[in-house]
Design a protein around this ligand. Sequence first.
Ligand SMILES: Cc1ncc(COP(=O)(O)O)c(C=O)c1O
Length: 467
Amino acid sequence: MTSVQAFFGAAVCASKDLPRLLGLEQWKALPTACRQISCVSSCLVSDEQQKAAPGSLALSAKTKEMIEREKKVLVRTYARAPVFLARGEGCKLYDVDGREYLDLAAGIAVNSLGYGDPDWLKAVVEQANTLTHVSNVYYSEAQVELAECLVECSFADRVFFTNSGTEANEAAIKFARKYQRHSHDNEAQVATEFISFSNSFHGRTMGALALTSKESYRLPFEPLMPGVKFIEYGNIESAKKTIVSGKTAAVFVEPIQGEGGIYSATNEFLRALRAACDDAGALLIFDEVQCGLGRTGHLWAYETFNVLPDMMTLAKPLAGGLPIGAVLTTEKVASAITFGIHGSTFAGSPLVCHSALTVLKKIKDPSFLSDVAKKGLYLKELLSKKLGANPHVKEVRGLGLIVGIELDVAASPVIDACRDSGLLVLTAGKGNVIRLVPPLIISEKELKQAADIIENCLPALDNATAF
Ligand SMILES: Cc1ncc(COP(=O)(O)O)c(C=O)c1O
């Protein structure tokens, strides 16, 4: 330790490389004060950098090299930000040069317990040391334990595991079709159509994509699954007219739309959907891939509205960063599903399920959830106070820790400026919404820090032209 302190005294300017030089274990073993000294020198953006145009922060040699390597070998589906991340701790991420970022993106609403949660880490290591993967041809305890816990704390009677959100929605599509076929002897009466909404996002595979409203995602891949009707999110009259007996198999809806722009359903809307589905014999499916599992301050977003679905899809945060998805369903639907009808090689592995059980147990704790609700209110009030007077800010909205700041212009200049100032945030909607989905463990102090940075970065919009 003495040598480390000597190192600090002699070369604070080199301290941005300290985690790399020391290795993660030794770095973590340093007293907090030492680590903070290093952070101060590594995270703060210099005055010169602050003056640079947003998004033009000089890239390090390591980052430039990574951009070049990636460009040569990866299929070009991601327009990535020029950030080369190396490690995370709590709600902070660090790039390869030791630069610190406060993370209000959380891997797109995935890392709800932040980075390096000790209980999650213990669960991963413990299970990896015991049994990582077994085929679904056999039984494994972790999968059953996780399903028992999900059933115990939700509306559902049964669970089907997948590896991602889009796969959970594919499974729900198949289950809805199978349920309708199971319920009608006469093939001509089997309802096969689906209803989805404006601003919806349900995934990128062919079925889930057919339910996703954004044309630029869908059009290059047509023909998609036929029989999908889109109606306006929140429009009760339109929903009542469109949900039709003998035609509509299921209605897919996000209780709070994430990618679409942080739009929340109302009680009346979801209640009307429930009633219309019941009248028509259609199934109501809530996609809580982004808004579920504590993000709203309730364990499930549907609890906010007091309306129960027939199926609910989950994914993102469930396994603390490991790939997982799930369909939660009532017995009514599950009784139509027979052996061999659907399956997955990787889904529900002991490693992923044991890790997810740790996440679920932590998040479902009432005090954890009330803390999320409290921090969500704090964040929204703070943002309204700090940003409300800016002429480009149209609305601050959301529930719990899924919050959107709608602008009258594209959000990218302010997103880039935030990144240059050490804050990671996302866009949503038509690119005009700043989306904040931080780790649920974030502190009020960190939320205040984020709000300050966003406020300071709003001048990046000064020359923007209205949408
Ligand atoms: C509401 C919703 N459904 C489905 C998905 C697709 O999930 P995945 O990317 O895990 O396939 C997403 C992803 O953003 C989502 O937000």
